[in-house]
Design a protein around this ligand. Structure first.
Ligand SMILES: CC(C)(COP(=O)(O)OP(=O)(O)OC[C@H]1O[C@@H](n2cnc3c(N)ncnc32)[C@H](O)[C@@H]1OP(=O)(O)O)[C@@H](O)C(=O)NCCC(=O)NCCS
Length: 195
């Protein structure tokens, strides 16, 4: 049945590894803790993220454990984005909130600031979208961003997402009530886009 996303997730024999020209999406490993800590401890990376920067390496170890457990329960696919050549962990790319009834999921991503502006996150998210739209039979992928997050908004627009509306003061980041902009991409738009 085309809508049976949970069955397709359950049938995955292992964490899917996806390879692009410059990045590789792979399963999280415990030796990624230093890189994951460097990523999520950086206030620049966390500026529009829903949580405070990490303060200890243990938090990164805990996050890696959660990433692995989420896949074991088939609740999320939380990839490590690695440099294809060196293997260095550069960031994360996540598909989560799978909704089998409505054949949709949400996408999120973060990249180490030293590698911003090189198109690497766009490549990583494109790999995750292409794989998930084909393999899981998703109909729609959503992303929810702070509208001030220009890099994230441009990434989504570049990949064919459309801005579908602004939800006012939906999240507190610290003491600030921040707006949330919802983006959506339909499977037929992905298949039909110019490459
Ligand atoms: C969002 C993020 C992953 C983008 O990573 P990236 O590898 O720099 O993105 P890309 O190089 O693929 O660029 C995507 C687009 O953003 C633009 N961009 C990159 N950095 C930018 C910046 N600091 N300000 C404005 N635009 C920027 C690029 O020019 C590109 O636009 P284009 O396609 O129109 O040329 C990265 O900025 C990041 O990790 N931010 C912190 C975490 C975060 O906010 N994640 C999103 C939460 S919803």
């Amino acid at each position: 049945m085309p809508g049976d996303i949970h069955a397709r997730l359950a049938a995955l024999p292992a964490f899917p590894a996806l390879t692009g020209a410059r990045v590789r999406l792979r399963e999280p490993r415990s030796d990624d803790a230093d890189a994951v800590f460097a990523l999520f401890a950086d206030p620049a990376v966390m500026r529009y993220w829903g949580s405070a920067p990490m303060r200890s390496r243990m938090q990164a170890e805990g996050k890696l454990e959660e990433m692995r457990e989420a896949f074991a329960r088939r609740e999320a696919l939380d990839w490590i984005v690695a440099d294809r050549r060196s293997g260095a962990a550069l960031g994360t790319c996540t598909l989560f909130r799978f909704d089998a009834r409505h054949r949709r999921a949400e996408v999120g991503y973060a990249l180490h600031a030293s590698r911003w502006g090189q198109g690497l996150a766009t490549e990583a998210v494109a790999l995750a979208l292409d794989w998930s739209l084909r393999t899981l039979g998703l109909h729609r992928v959503e992303a929810d961003i702070d509208p001030r997050n220009e890099a994230s908004r441009r990434l989504l627009l570049r990949l064919g997402f459309r801005s579908e509306g602004l939800l006012r003061q939906r999240f507190f980041i610290g003491e600030d009530a921040t707006d949330s902009e919802l983006f959506g991409l339909l499977a037929q738009e992905w298949r039909g886009r110019d490459r």
